[in-house]
Design a protein around this ligand. Structure first.
Ligand code: GLU
Length: 264
């Protein structure tokens, strides 16, 4: 069964490890491929929202720092620098394919407050109504402990709910959820479909992610849980070949699909 073919409004999430090389510099080929595929989906009549990480990593590199700062101020500064660079590149790439980008930076308090949440919904609706492609990130420069989402996986699920998306697709550096840890066990079996996120799902997702991003598989599972409980079908797929997005929409068995829960 193809769960994605009819999805009109789709939120994509791309993580730092997918957007950058091991050097910490932007992976421009991948960004170009991703921008091309998302542009094409828009051309075909879908509405696209992109939740993109990468601001801090790009800032770290641009400021010539040896590593990601541990203090909040350092991360805020890196995010401020990196977010500009990130949007500059996205804007350039999407413009080449004839699309207008829009930067949306959110903090948790924006979505927790009912009135502000409605204002955000309106902003997204107007942007998409005008044909723009919203690119969302956490507002890391002003986000302090009490108001952080913490990771963009969670943010992507919340954005999917706010915009009333039909599907959420999380692009990462692994091809989905496995029965065992695929980084230590090359025979680990990929799980194609998860009907419901359970404690067992969380247990097998344990462990951490890459050194350049924030989340790991567990935050993606939590994101899938939030989205599917809101009736939004979710997929975790390998972002290294953005053309896989076409295959997913064509109904091929790509990544791990989390089925939407009805009647919530
Ligand atoms: N918002 C962070 C950034 O742009 C990324 C958070 C995450 O990796 O989940 O650098």
């Amino acid at each position: 069964m193809n769960h994605f073919q009819d999805a009109k409004r789709v939120v994509f999430k791309v993580g730092t490890s997918t957007l950058t090389h091991d050097t910490g510099k932007l992976n421009l080929r991948r960004m170009r491929d991703l921008s091309r595929v998302l542009s094409d989906l828009k051309n075909a009549g879908r509405e696209v929202v992109l939740v993109s990480s990468g601001a801090i990593a790009v800032g770290v590199h641009k400021l010539n720092l040896e590593k990601r700062p541990h203090d909040i101020g350092g991360r805020q500064a890196c995010a401020a620098v990196g977010q500009c660079e990130l949007m500059y590149i996205y804007d350039k790439l999407f413009s080449e394919y004839g699309h207008v980008t829009a930067q949306v930076l959110l903090t948790r308090d924006c979505v927790d407050d009912r009135i502000r949440n409605m204002n955000i919904q309106n902003a997204f609706e107007r942007l998409m109504g005008m044909g723009a492609l919203p690119i969302v990130n956490e507002n890391d420069t002003v986000a302090v402990e009490e108001i952080v989402f913490g990771d963009n996986d969670t943010l992507s699920a919340i954005v999917a709910k706010v915009v009333n998306a039909d599907a959420l697709i999380i692009l990462t550096d692994i091809d989905g959820l496995h029965e065992q840890n695929p980084r230590t066990n090359p025979d680990a079996k990929l799980i194609h479909v998860v009907e419901k996120v359970t404690q067992h799902t969380r247990d097998i997702a344990g462990g951490t992610g890459s050194s350049r991003g924030t989340g790991g598989m567990i935050t993606k599972i939590e994101a899938a849980d939030i989205a599917t409980n809101a009736g939004i079908v979710t997929a975790i797929i390998d972002g290294s070949d953005p053309d896989d997005i076409y295959r997913l929409f064509d109904g091929e068995p790509i990544g791990t699909v989390f089925l939407a829960r009805r009647g919530n």
